[in-house]
Design a protein around this ligand. Structure first.
Ligand code: SF4
Length: 488
């Protein structure tokens, strides 16, 4: 467990906007820090963009201290010395500490307070700026808030990939609520342990759910599928305080997927609609290619025609079944990180040569289609064969969602849930790379940090095993669905 903080920070005030109790946890039971692979990747993007942004403010003074007391001291010194641009200055007012990304003196004597964001829009960042403006104004600064973010249409050939969006009006509207939120938060964090809060839909995705509500039944409302408008049912059940799926009222109008879920829960077996085996046999043709990509979406473009956060595939895996009842053969491609160039061409040429001109390409999301369509836009000379692949794609995820459910899916149709359902509850945890974000991290380590040969070999093997497991899972799922009528 991490150390309890003696002041509130901007992140805690933001979290309090979603849930006061979650903010309480952040103060009284902080995690160890560092976060998961997604958080680390977000920080990497932010670091890349920050380097570009700081180059726009030559002579800016960087406040490097992490400790808030020392950082405030350095900030004061820099301001007294007449510095007009400060990176990550520190301010504390009324128990709330902030570290704005950039504070820039304007010619009219006011200050621009810039949030630097590795995103292609400004809207999501107004709340954070409102907290900073609230504190700075209380300290006597006249401030104009804005966001420096990425221009989603820029490429490496653009004069700049950055955009500045001033958002004084939007932030102004948020200020009254921020003031009252901080007051309420300070009152709440003084309480030793808050009593249970009323649940909301977002609780289903909260990492603290089981700690926050240890009384939550195992088969609870958050297991209900929320797509296709299913979230309305979840909202209504929470509102009526019906949290146990075993107490679901008969009159409740469920979505089709939810009805199948409930049938599976009640019987403890798979529930099916229609005839999946027949439907699959009619809609697919041999050879069958079970395909999955791994991609990276860097914030800062590096290759031809690449936009910020553009899709860059670096790997694929494919299991091929040539005919009914035949074995699955595995093929794969992973960009050679030593070549230092653009991975896209090698990925699509190798893929085109395997997929040929006939057979169904089975995937488990809409993502593979998007990757191929984007590659067709970038590589015009290969656009025709790439678009021909798109017409052969069959999305098994969409198909399963609409016809099949087993209790082991645990309320989710993700690839990992499918794998667990097909393999006695096992997970991907035995792999060196166990999810898509970890795969991105591993690939970036290869291309940007050039690890020693032994580690490089291990990372490449981990990436190959991970992607291979995804396509093996899609193939196993297909085989299961072809037998499903006999089972249910
Ligand atoms: S489970 Fe819900 S109420 Fe509890 S901390 Fe999380 S979001 Fe807040």
């Amino acid at each position: 467990m991490g150390r309890k903080r003696r002041y509130l920070d901007e992140g805690t005030v933001l979290v309090a906007g979603k849930c006061m109790k979650l903010a309480w946890y952040r103060v009284h039971r902080p995690g160890r820090g560092g976060g998961n692979a997604a958080a680390r990747l977000g920080r990497r993007h932010k670091r890349d963009v920050t380097v570009l942004v700081r180059a726009l403010f030559p002579g800016g003074r960087r406040i490097v201290e992490r400790n808030i007391v020392r950082a405030r001291r350095s900030t004061r010194k820099a301001l007294c010395a007449g510095k007009t641009v400060l990176f990550r200055p520190a301010f504390l007012h009324d128990g709330v500490a902030i570290r704005p990304d950039i504070l820039e003196r304007r010619s009219d004597g006011a200050w621009n307070v810039w949030a630097v964001k590795a995103s292609s829009g400004a809207e999501r960042h107004f709340q954070g700026l409102a907290v900073e403006v609230h504190i700075l104004r209380n300290l006597g600064f006249r401030v104009v808030p804005g966001v420096i973010h990425l221009d989603r249409n820029a490429t490496v050939r653009s004069a700049s990939i950055l955009k500045r969006t001033v958002c004084a009006r939007q932030v102004e509207r948020l200020l009254p609520e921020i003031g009252s939120r901080i007051r309420e938060l300070k009152r709440r964090v003084r309480i030793d342990y808050p009593r249970p809060f009323p649940l909301k839909r977002i609780c289903g995705r909260c990492e603290r759910l089981h700690r926050c509500r240890p009384d939550l039944p195992e088969r609870n409302v958050f297991l209900l599928f929320q797509g296709d408008g299913g979230w309305r049912v979840v909202d209504e059940l929470i509102e009526r305080e019906i949290l146990d799926l075993d107490e679901l009222p008969d009159e409740m109008e469920l979505t089709h997927v939810q009805k199948r879920q409930m049938a599976a829960f009640r019987s403890g077996r798979g529930a099916v609609s229609g005839d999946p085996a027949r439907s699959l046999a009619e809609r697919t043709e041999y050879p069958l290619f079970f395909l999955d990509f791994e991609t990276v979406s860097p914030a800062v473009p590096r290759y031809r025609a690449q936009h910020p956060f553009d899709i860059i595939p670096f790997q694929w895996s494919c299991h091929l079944v040539r005919g009914e009842g035949g074995p699955a053969e595995h093929f794969g491609y992973l960009h050679d990180d030593r070549d230092g160039g653009d991975p896209r061409r090698g990925v699509i040429e190798s893929l085109l040569s395997l997929l040929g001109g006939e057979g169904t390409i089975l995937v488990y999301s809409g993502y593979e289609r998007r990757v191929i369509e984007r590659m067709a836009e970038v590589h015009r000379d290969l656009a025709r064969p790439l678009r021909a692949l798109v017409s052969r794609i069959f999305d098994l995820h969409e198909f399963v969602e609409h016809c099949y459910y087993v209790p082991r899916f645990g309320g989710s149709f993700s690839m990992k849930s499918v794998y667990a359902a097909l393999h006695e509850g096992r997970s991907y945890r035995d792999l060196g790379v166990s999810d898509g974000t970890a795969a991105v991290e591993a690939f970036l380590r290869l291309v940007e940090e050039k690890p020693p040969p032994e580690e490089r070999k291990r990372i490449r093997e981990n990436l190959i095993e991970y992607c291979k497991r995804d396509t093996a899972t899609i193939e196993s799922l297909y085989r299961r669905l072809m037998k499903v009528r006999a089972e249910c």
